[in-house]
Design a protein around this ligand. Structure first.
Ligand SMILES: [Zn+2]
Length: 101
């Protein structure tokens, strides 16, 4: 009997405590999710704010914080990427030639 009391004292978290913790965790997660829930302007369904299309009616949605990428900027980034890539290849070739000569 003494051992039983000892064991009970050792486990800090009773199954009930664990359950409460779990429920708190779930509630927290739901609260987090609810922050991202918006109402579809077309049908009134709950949709997530990052969606571009309503999953209920298929209506177009404007995602929160969504800024369409400027095509000019996109092209510039692509060009820079190309230049950096080509420069890297040329640098590698130059290094190989210098090392071999
Ligand atoms: Zn909708």
């Amino acid at each position: 009997m003494g051992a039983g009391v000892y064991n009970r004292g050792m486990s800090k978290n009773s199954p009930k405590d664990e359950e409460q913790k779990m429920q708190k965790r779930i509630a927290k997660r739901q609260a987090k999710l609810e922050k991202h829930v918006v109402v579809c302007p077309h049908c009134g369904a709950n949709v997530l704010d990052h969606m571009t299309k309503c999953h209920v009616c298929g209506g177009a949605l404007t995602p929160r914080g969504y800024t369409p990428m400027d095509p000019k900027k996109m092209k510039l980034f692509k060009t820079i990427g190309w230049i950096v890539g080509i420069a890297g290849v040329i640098a590698t070739i130059v290094v190989v030639i210098v090392l071999n000569s």
